[in-house]
Design a binder for this molecule. Structure first.
Ligand code: NZQ
Ligand code: ZN
Length: 391
């Protein structure tokens, strides 16, 4: 196991009706004038924004609304949010929504207290300072409610890139699984896929002797395999949603990733798809992961075989472990299809003729130097082959 520091200071408040504690939580973490940031309208329609606002008012805390965050959030609204926070004297940002809203809130939080262009953070500069952020989560997926990360798409060039820093880890996150019951099935399934992707990105490691995190990841993957179909069959299954919601947080606050190298090639390859086609990030991952895994399998066949046996219930073929490894990848692909995820470019809405542009943006866009690195290093040729495997 590698040396590590683990810092996860977020206060999680979990359960039914916990959104009504938003006001007291903002007060506890020092907010006096709040920007409530939300998305395209689901949180307004469900009455959630009204309930959150009432909770703030109950504590004598004033607020300003900024909605309109779209999935795969854009830089334009971040600039508007920064201006608004400065002109309104905002000292706390409350994100009410999913990963897109939370990531936009984190970008605004970092940009408001920074003299330069907030995009600097998405070109590799670490976020050291930000306004405090809290969240009321409405979809189990990105894990942004417990992560130090934010992913934004810059409109000029449509580059989708990540920034990171402990300063934007949420001070608190309110997790009420019942709020996710209004999700359309496609979004629920995309969220399940993203959670599983966060687990696999950590499972694909080059670090030896990481039994505790291997076993944690396997447990969470097994949970998703159990609860995913239950929630797809019955969207009002609170208990299944509760298990998925907490798994989504644990999958990405890095409790399962400490002390080990991680992959993230699937995420980087997918980000070009959701940047270009505006598909749900999880749907893009469903098409991306089986292709990436098949392509890199030879690098460490036993790692894939281990997942196949422990997670997917495959039997170990000791003479031909690659057969076991392949069976595990196939079982994962079948699972994703069974919950309604796309399996190829066509079902995702992607086009084969765009592959050269996707590869170029992936390997050279926004300062990259011709390749991406994780479990293995992938150059332009590798990435082109992987995209072609998805057709
Ligand atoms: O905008 P509204 O109207 O709210 O609709 C949203 C949106 O259309 C809808 N939705 C959310 N909660 C709902 C709901 N509809 C009905 N009822 C509810 N309770 O769902 C749609 C998707 O929302 P979004 O926030 O985009 O989903 P998600 O949480 O999957 O976030 C995706 C973004 O997170 C990034 C992705 O790249 C993508 O941009 N990621 C962020 C990470 C991080 N910060 O740590 C890590 C992830 O790997 C990921 O890359
Ligand atoms: Zn993800």
């Amino acid at each position: 196991m590698n040396n590590f520091t683990f810092y996860s200071p977020t206060c999680f408040v979990f359960g039914r009706e916990t959104e009504n504690q938003a006001g007291s939580l903002v007060r506890r973490f020092g907010g006096t004038r709040v920007l409530i940031h939300y998305g395209g309208g689901s949180a307004l329609r469900s009455g959630l924004i009204d309930r959150v606002r009432a909770s703030l008012e109950g504590e004598g805390i004033s607020s300003v609304l900024l909605g309109g965050v779209q999935p795969n959030p854009r830089s334009g609204l971040v600039y508007s949010g920064i201006d608004l926070c400065r002109s309104e004297g905002i000292d706390f940002i409350l994100a009410v929504g999913g990963g897109s809203v939370i990531d936009s809130a984190k970008a605004i939080a970092a940009g408001t207290v920074y003299d330069g262009d907030f995009w600097d953070f998405y070109c590799g500069k670490r976020i050291e300072k930000a306004l405090p952020v809290g969240t009321v989560l409405t979809i189990s997926a990105a894990g942004s409610e417990g992560s130090p990360d934010s992913v934004i798409t810059k409109e000029e060039g449509m580059f989708k890139r990540g920034a990171s820093g402990d300063a934007v880890r949420p001070r608190f996150s309110v997790l009420n699984p019942a709020l996710t019951e209004t999700l359309p099935p496609h979004q629920t399934a995309a969220g399940i896929t993203d959670i599983m992707a966060h687990l696999y990105e950590r499972y694909l490691t080059n670090t030896a002797e990481v039994e505790v995190t291997d076993r944690l990841i396997e447990a969470l993957l097994l949970t998703m395999i159990h609860e995913g179909p239950r929630v797809i069959a019955d969207p009002h299954n609170y208990d299944a949603r509760a298990n998925i919601m907490w798994a989504g947080m644990m999958a990405h606050n890095n409790s399962c990733g400490v002390g080990r190298s991680q992959d993230w090639n699937s995420h980087n390859i997918e980000h070009e798809l959701s940047a270009l086609y505006d598909c749900a990030h999880g749907a893009g991952l469903a098409v991306t992961m089986p292709a990436v895994f098949s392509y890199v399998m030879e690098h460490d066949v036993m790692r894939f075989a281990q997942a196949a046996v422990r997670v997917w219930g495959c039997s170990m073929d000791f003479r031909h472990p690659e057969v076991t490894a392949r069976a595990g990848i196939e079982a994962f692909r079948n699972f994703l299809v069974s919950i309604g995820m796309p399996k190829n470019f066509e079902e995702l809405g992607a086009k084969e003729e765009d592959i050269p542009a996707l590869v170029h943006a992936l390997c050279w866009g926004n300062g990259r130097q011709g390749s991406i690195s994780g479990f293995v290093t992938l150059n332009e040729e590798d990435c082109g082959k992987i995209y072609r495997m998805m057709v």
